[in-house]
Structures are given as C-alpha cells and as structure tokens.
Design a protein around this ligand. Structure first.
Ligand code: ATP
Length: 334
C-alpha cells in the first residue's frame, strides 16, 4: 500500500528574487506532475512554509510565467525560520502536508535553511537563484545574465548623456559581497575604473589617476562602476557612497560628475534566454533528484554542465574573482 502512495514534493523561492526563478518553478511543477507526483507551491519562502501558505499546483497553474521576472510564488526573508521554534513549525507543516521534499530556489542563505530542513528529515534540493552569481559551487546562478544585460542597457543610456555633457558618471551596481556584476558590467560598458569588494583599492590611484591618464589620451567622459559592497572601504578613505565619490572627482579633476544608484531596476525584467533555459533545466534536474528520494543536494552549473553537490560541501566552497579578467578590464578601460 505504502509503495503505491503518491509522492508529494513542494517548491519555494527565497531570499532576493531573480529573473528566471519562474522558469525554475514551472519546471519543478511540470516535472513533478509528469512523473505522477503531487506538487505544492509554498508562497513567500520559509515564512510561508511556517505559516502553511501553501497551494497545490498543476501543469496549467504555471502557464504564462516563463517570460516574467520576479517570482509568482513570492519571496521573503525570515529570521524566525532560523530559530528552533521556527524550524519545528516548518517541519510540522511539512508533515501535515505529507511533503517528502522541497526544491528551494534562492541564494546561499536559503541553502543553509535547506540544509537544516534536510537534517531534520525533509529532503531539500537547492537551485541557485540570485542575480549576484555569488554561490561558490556554481559557475552561474539564475538571474545573473538578465541583471547584467539590464545594467548594460541602463549604463549605455547614462553614457549617451555623459558623453554629450562631457561628464563623469559614477554608477553603483548590486553586489554586497561579490563583484561579478560590477566587473562584467564594467567590461561590457567600457568603464574607466571598477571598484569591487574582493579587491583592495585606493581612490587616488584606482580612480583619480586612471581618469587623469584617460584624459591625457583625449577622452572627456568617463564611467566609474562601483559595487555596493565597497561602501565601507570608500568610507575608510573619507568618501561617502557614490555621491561622495562623484563630488570628490568633480572637486579634484574639475570634471562635472554625477552619481547614479541603479538599485532594484537590476532585479526586474523579463528573463533572458539563458536564464529561462538554465532555470528550466535546473528545475527539472532538482525535481528528478527529489522524485528519486535524494535530498540535501545543491544543483549547480559547472563548465556548462548541470551537476549536483552535497549541501554541506557546497556551503564550504569558496569562489574568487577572476584576476585575469580584472587586469584585462583595467588594460582596455583606458
Ligand atoms: P540572496 O543571495 O538573494 O540574498 P539568500 O538565499 O542568500 O539570497 P538570505 O536572506 O541570506 O538570502 O536567506 C534567505 C532566508 O534563508 C533567510 O531569510 C532565512 O529564513 C533562511 N536562512 C538564511 N540563513 C540561514 C541559516 N544560517 N540557517 C537557516 N536558515 C537560514
């Protein structure tokens, strides 16, 4: 009797939203349904799990979402989930709904939650969904390509006006601990200087002197890309945020300067081809792991292949910025 029991799996999105999360949700739901499972959608991440904010999904429930940014399941951050009481509530809700496993789409914080649930008997499989591309075990995270293209598009517009007025534009992009967005966007838009959280910098040497050198070659407009995570390092050098850096450039170089914080525009928008395809294939892979009874895994992309790792191992891994790429950016950004 027990062997024939229909399996119930669930899916949630957690942490910061990322374009392509919907493709992953859709893939999990359809893979589950096509393989005879009951599939539940948990709204608002772990907060919704503790509150039993759960609905049954079918193949048609996830129609018309592959091309939409954000996440139809909504996302949240929950401190309570990290407590013993919160975790116990979540486990109880899983038991009440007969949930044998959950696909958790989010960043490394969400994977820590998935690890803790797995340890308590609820199989979880993590799928990397974050625009920062900062998950150590993955070459690529869902949402990164779309966010990069959005940044490039926005900065191209800023560049048009910057060139017309012979200005310097200082642009802050997302990335609290990781500079992948800033580095790749900086290369794509031809930035004169790029400040990243992973690399020590000196404002005089790495910004002011670089602008001076570029001025000597005849250039009159400049883009400086700053990852949000460098705020403290700038502060230690007496510069308060991108508006402080813009004012400093204007004062020291007599170049009219403006600051732009791109902010949440970087998270939104219709996912790129890459994010739809990677989201779909990772969601399909994750659902198959759960359906075969495997949990405590993270799905990852390595050298264009989809693979999976033990969550404990994945969380221990570290990822560094590509210094050759950084050096190349400096050499050609003059
Ligand atoms: P992003 O990269 O977009 O920030 P994230 O998944 O890393 O995504 P977090 O806010 O770090 O985002 O984590 C999402 C949620 O995962 C948290 O609100 C919390 O409920 C849960 N979580 C985070 N860290 C832990 C932990 N150490 N143990 C258990 N649960 C955690």
């Amino acid at each position: 009797m027990e062997e024939n029991k229909q399996k119930t799996i669930a899916v949630l999105t957690s942490g910061g939203d990322a374009p392509g999360m919907n493709a992953a949700v859709r893939a999990v739901v359809r893979t589950g349904c096509e393989n005879g499972a009951r599939v539940l959608g948990i709204r608002r991440g772990y907060a919704g799990l503790m509150e039993n904010d759960i609905t049954e999904l079918n193949i048609r429930s996830v129609s018309d979402i592959i091309h939409r940014g954000g996440t139809k399941l909504h996302s949240a951050r929950s401190k309570r989930f990290c407590t013993e009481e919160g975790m116990a509530e979540a486990i109880q809700v899983c038991r009440n709904n007969d949930i044998s496993g959950i696909v958790v789409i989010g960043g490394d914080g969400s994977f820590r939650g998935a690890r803790d649930l797995s340890l308590r008997g609820v199989n979880c499989v993590g799928v990397p969904g974050t625009i920062d591309n900062d998950i150590a075990c993955c070459d690529y995270t869902i949402g990164y390509d779309t966010a990069l293209n959005t940044i490039m598009d926005m900065v191209d517009r800023i560049r048009d006006t910057s060139e017309s007025h012979e200005r310097c534009s200082v642009v802050e992009v997302m990335g609290r601990r990781a500079g992948y967005l800033a580095l790749n966007a900086g290369i794509a838009i031809g930035a004169t200087a790029i400040l990243l959280p992973e690399i020590d910098f000196d404002i005089e040497r790495d910004v002011i002197d670089r602008i001076r050198r570029t001025q000597r070659t005849g250039k009159k407009h400049f883009i400086i890309v700053v990852a949000e995570g460098v705020a403290d390092s700038m502060k230690a050098q007496g510069i308060e945020g991108v508006s402080g850096l813009s004012a400093y450039i204007q004062e020291n170089l007599k170049v009219e300067s403006r600051a732009t914080v791109l902010g949440h525009v970087q998270r939104g928008g219709s996912p790129s081809v890459k994010d739809r395809v990677v989201g779909s294939t990772m969601g399909n892979y994750a659902a198959h792991l759960l359906l075969s009874g495997v949990g405590n895994r993270v799905v990852a992309m390595q050298k264009e292949q989809i693979v999976d790792y033990d969550i404990f191992e994945a969380l221990k891994m570290t990822k560094t910025i590509d210094m050759d790429m950084y050096r190349a950016a400096l050499e050609i950004g003059i």
